[in-house]
Design a binder for this molecule. Structure first.
Ligand code: PA5
Length: 440
């Protein structure tokens, strides 16, 4: 089994008050065990993962009977799937690729949806509508448009081409599924979108794309199982990389480090940066606290925002993601001018390693606190480990900061105001606020 290591050689360790964070391990381990037992942290629930695999296997032949999948979802209901697609399903970009094809509608953009509709043979397309609440307007409005087209194309059998991933009891999508006999997969109670990539939300698209979803779960289980034990001890917690990472981050924030770079030197994992940014920002940006996540990818961003990382305000920490065994590619052998002779006999793998090392050293030389997360390989199992690690670290960081990492009250306000603006029933306070705001 592959393993991933966090490299704690960061010289900043000594300059931070990490010890006081370690002192919270007793209280936090007790709280974690209790919340797992109460079903409040389902991303860490092993029985849930086993049931989910069973449900997915039951749907596999139906889902794979389609040539295309169009996922309609937004935020946590889409970002994990996109990261997995970019990391493990590059075949779709190849000109002679014969399928399957995976698409994501995660915005209210007429141009994008129209271009999808021009390309997609609807009769061969499975529309996966992914919404935990079952009522997110950006997702539901896309559903209405596609449903109309699907009815025109498929007549009475239109519902066969839809699959909902939603709450097991509540919400508009659940009502629609019951009324119209649409197949569903459940999102468990208490699982917020940004913690849901290893539920049906991320695993259904992974299965469709032929990504080894069982290995994703295996990797996550390997890292999360020690935490999911009914009696997590403070000793076990202190040894766990997610808790160490949380202590490091909480201590950094206390010193005024209010930005956190997620620098991936696994180029095809770049979109995990967006996935992480949502997880971190929506979970931890509370009560004036938190650190702003900044996704970046090497080597591309060395030629862009890296100058700011290196010599801008000294307020940034860095999670530095690397992998020793990247696919190496072809060697540069012939027709290499003398000027570039230093790359002779080398390949892209050598280049990205050298660039990563250079950037890591430059960040350290410029006193950017940095923790390296080393992946053994670019595999589903390692991706599962990394996601499990980062989700648990986010929960622990939130608790160490004294905030709730699983709600998002500020985001909810904007959604209510938008609904009020569109004329939704009720929401009188929001309507009054809008009127006052617009009349200034
Ligand atoms: O992390 C979250 O909770 C959000 O980003 C949600 O995923 C997003 O708002 C979509 O919500 P839903 O899945 O209910 O449509």
């Amino acid at each position: 089994m592959a393993s991933n290591i966090i490299d704690w050689t960061d010289s900043w360790q000594d300059k931070l008050d990490i010890k006081s964070k370690y002192a919270s391990a007793e209280a936090i381990s007790g709280r974690f065990s209790k919340e797992v037992a109460e079903g409040k942290l389902p991303f860490c629930s092993m029985p849930y993962m086993a049931e989910l695999l069973y449900d997915l296997e039951g749907l596999e032949s139906y889902v794979k009977g389609f040539e295309h999948m169009l996922l309609l979802g937004i935020g946590g209901s889409a970002l994990g799937a996109r990261a997995l697609q970019k990391a493990f399903f590059s075949a779709q970009d190849e000109p002679c690729h014969e399928g399957p094809w995976f698409w994501i509608g995660d915005n209210v953009c007429a141009k994008t949806l129209e271009s999808y509709l021009e390309k997609l043979p609807l009769e061969k397309t499975l529309i996966a509508v992914v919404s935990k609440s079952g009522g997110t307007i950006e997702t539901i409005s896309q559903y209405f448009l596609i449903r109309k087209k699907m009815k025109q194309k498929m007549g009475d059998k239109w519902n066969r081409n839809f699959l909902f991933v939603t709450d097991k009891k509540n919400g508009f999508l659940r009502e629609q599924a019951d009324e119209l006999s649409i197949k569903t997969l459940e999102v468990p109670d208490n699982l917020g979108g940004r913690y849901s990539v290893l539920s049906a939300v991320g695993l259904l698209p992974a299965m469709f794309m032929g990504i080894d979803y069982r290995l994703l779960v295996e990797g996550a289980s390997a890292i999360l199982a020690p935490l999911a034990s009914p009696e997590l001890s403070s000793e076990a917690l202190l040894k766990h990389p997610s808790y160490k990472l949380a202590c490091w981050n909480a201590a950094l924030m206390e010193k005024g480090y209010n930005e956190l770079i997620f620098f991936s030197y696994i180029p095809q994992w770049a979109c995990f940066g967006q996935w992480f940014a949502q997880l971190w920002a929506e979970s931890l940006g509370k009560e004036g606290k938190g650190s702003q996540p900044i996704p970046a990818v090497g080597a591309t961003d060395q030629h862009s925002v890296n100058q700011m990382f290196l010599d801008g305000p000294r307020n940034k920490g860095c999670l530095f993601l690397t992998c020793d065994s990247l696919a190496d590619g072809e060697k540069f052998v012939e027709d290499i001018p003398d000027k570039f002779s230093y790359i002779k006999g080398k390949n892209f793998g050598d280049l990205i390693h050298a660039e990563g090392l250079g950037t890591k050293m430059a960040l350290s030389a410029n006193k950017v606190p940095l923790v390296e997360i080393k992946m053994a390989e670019s595999s589903e199992e390692c991706a599962g480990r990394m996601m499990g690690l980062l989700m648990a670290a986010t929960i622990f960081t939130g608790w160490l900061m004294g905030i709730n990492p699983v709600d998002q009250p500020a985001v909810e306000l904007g959604k209510r105001l938008a609904k009020a603006r569109l004329g939704a029933d009720g929401l009188q306070d929001e309507k009054n606020d809008l009127e006052a705001f617009l009349s200034v």
